[in-house]
Design a binder for this molecule. Structure first.
Ligand code: 13P
Length: 341
């Protein structure tokens, strides 16, 4: 078995990134509603099979895929296990292990992520069936009264307990504290995002250290420092890159091998442009890449539309987005490359 460090490094190896395909049943229902597709075991399978069989995207640009428990155990329509499809394109299987974010008592609507009970046993089982990395998402909402110190501390604490349990099971923890850009009211400026992200990351690394987590055997999946989606503020990619790197450099130890961003409701092109601008700065001690859900999948989902006849254009759309983000992970993306497609 590869070590935690080897797996973590492979997940962020040059010119590759992670596909987040771990939408819960509720979230995938929202995505399918856009194309008018009912949500069943089979439609979820067909959609994800379309992505995983996109050979160009998967074998060249995708290092690993975050799956739901259902997908980790699911077979393609012809009976091939999904984990075998992933092995065939050299993509590492990962699994979302949290059980969602729920309202936290003692706060005004802030959320705490659940799923620690029984996690040690579940991780052992997931490792046996092929998962080599995992994801846990903590959600930090921004408003005039949130996040509270309690909300940040509690989420950071469970992230650290999750990460320690993953490492015990030989699984690389992807630690995801998401400062929401698309929460309510979502009209905060970049300054406020920088401040909340800084406090969140400082607390998360404090808890990770206290929990004895080996920082060389984990990955961080943060938000970029951006304004809320309903803010009037529209900073350039260079400004977002500068602000994000400044916050990360102040709070993320260089021993962490890689940072793989979430897209968090940014447009496809903004998520790519911002990542590329960060890599162009060339100052990061960690690998900087993507772990996108929406920003990798939306174009493919729309091209597919739930119709098997659209397989080729859907896979081409996915390959294009994956390639653009792979270029961005090396600071080599340019808008002309995107539009030429
Ligand atoms: P988005 O890139 O759509 O934000 O999803 C990434 C993810 O895994 C959220 O947990």
């Amino acid at each position: 078995m590869p070590s935690l460090q080897e797996t973590a490094r492979q997940l962020v190896s040059k010119g590759t990134g992670i596909l987040a395909a771990d939408e819960s049943e509720g979230t995938i229902a929202k995505r399918f509603a856009v194309i008018g597709l009912p949500v069943t075991f089979e439609t979820r399978r067909d959609y994800r099979e379309m992505l995983f069989r996109s050979r160009e995207a998967m074998s060249r640009y995708i290092s690993g895929v975050i799956l739901t428990e259902e997908t980790l155990k699911q077979d393609a329509a012809d009976g091939t296990p999904f984990v075998a499809l992933l092995a065939d394109v050299n993509a590492i299987p990962g699994i979302k292990v949290d059980r969602g974010a729920f309202e936290m008592p003692g706060t005004k609507g802030e959320k705490i992520t659940e799923g620690l009970d029984g996690l040690r046993q579940r991780l052992k089982h997931y490792a046996e069936i092929g998962a080599r990395f995992a994801k846990w998402r903590g959600v930090i909402a921004v408003s005039s009264y949130a996040p509270s110190r309690n909300g940040i501390r509690a989420n950071a604490h469970v992230l650290a307990r999750y990460a320690a349990l993953c490492q015990e099971a030989g699984i690389v923890p992807v630690v995801e504290p998401e400062v929401l850009a698309d929460g309510e009211p979502g009209d905060h400026g970049i300054e406020r995002c920088a401040e909340v992200t800084a406090e969140t990351l400082a607390t998360v690394f404090d808890e990770l250290r206290l929990a004895g987590v080996d920082l060389t055997g984990m990955l961080l999946k943060p938000n970029m420092v951006t304004p809320g989606v309903r803010s009037q503020d529209r900073p350039s990619a260079d400004v977002i890159a500068r602000r994000t790197l400044d916050v990360l450099k102040a709070h993320v130890p260089a021993s962490v091998p890689g940072i793989a961003f979430l897209s968090g409701g940014q447009s496809d092109e903004a998520a790519t442009a911002n990542l590329s601008a960060m890599n162009r700065l060339g100052e990061a001690p960690w690998a900087l890449t993507f772990s996108y859900g929406r920003a990798l999948q939306t174009a493919a989902l729309l091209a597919w539309g739930g119709d098997a006849r659209n397989l080729a254009p859907a896979q081409a759309a996915f390959a294009h987005r994956a390639k653009m983000n792979a270029l961005a992970a090396q600071g080599e993306w340019a808008p002309e490359l995107d539009r030429a497609a």
